[in-house]
Write a protein that binds this ligand. Sequence first.
Ligand code: MN
Ligand code: MN
Length: 301
Amino acid sequence: MINESILDRALAAYLGFACGDALGATVEFMSPRSIQKRYGVHREIIGGGWLNLQAGQVTDDTQMSLAIGEAIIQHQGWNIQAVADNFVEWLASEPPDIGNTCRAGILRYQQTGELSAPPDERGAGNGACMRNLPVALATLYNPIKFETWSLQQSHITHNNPLSDGATLALGRKTQALIKGEELNTCQSEIDTLLKQYPQFNYHPYPGKSSAYIVDTLQTVLHYFYHTQSFEECLIATVNQGQDADTTGALAGMLAGAHYGLSAIPSRWLDVLDGEIYQSINRQCRELLKLAEKAGSARPAR
Ligand code: MN
Ligand code: MN
């Protein structure tokens, strides 16, 4: 039996992620100024944007997450090759968008079978961090598996210490929120990251929200801590523009895990792509079942 409150917060994290992706995609690559000129405050899932999306359509962030989740469920556990194969299949489906580093990594795997990108000290995009939620769910009670699986899936495309650090810290924070831990306990993961890599410090907030993992994480954490509700957090985040679908998705993941399902505006859930909604709902339950099986410890409550 999956704990009801954990299921609620896990579903809210995954659906919140997809809502943030769909909401932010409209204003991806825009500056805060141009968003303001065009929309005032952008607060509705209306599609459009540079990808010319339909309202409720999601982008690579949600699609790559679902690809990882599907591989874990198909194999009832971890199979890194299956993850890479699902990325290949996804790329072949001609997705609306894909990051350059993700594309290069998937093509390398396709051509050489090599599962890990060579270490890259320069490229620290957010493409690995953005798709790690299914791993966080499936390893909710197993920190060792969480770390191994996270790094393996990341390195298919992104092999960089800043990307690794952010992916692990944000994933652990999300897990702590889903388990219902107090906000200040959840902060310890981020404090550890800041000690190791002070460049992630987000106070005062530098105001950049690009796909550079440092900019992305600063934006997500800043708005998570400076807003009072799920809706306010996502709206503030995406109106910062730039990589707004990815910052929106990650903010939605944290805010969903923290505020729970009832906090997600129904007008957003109603418009979210129905197939995506169904897939998330199914994956979430399956991944949490696996987490209970694979866990080294039982949930506290
Ligand atoms: Mn995207
Ligand atoms: Mn993006």
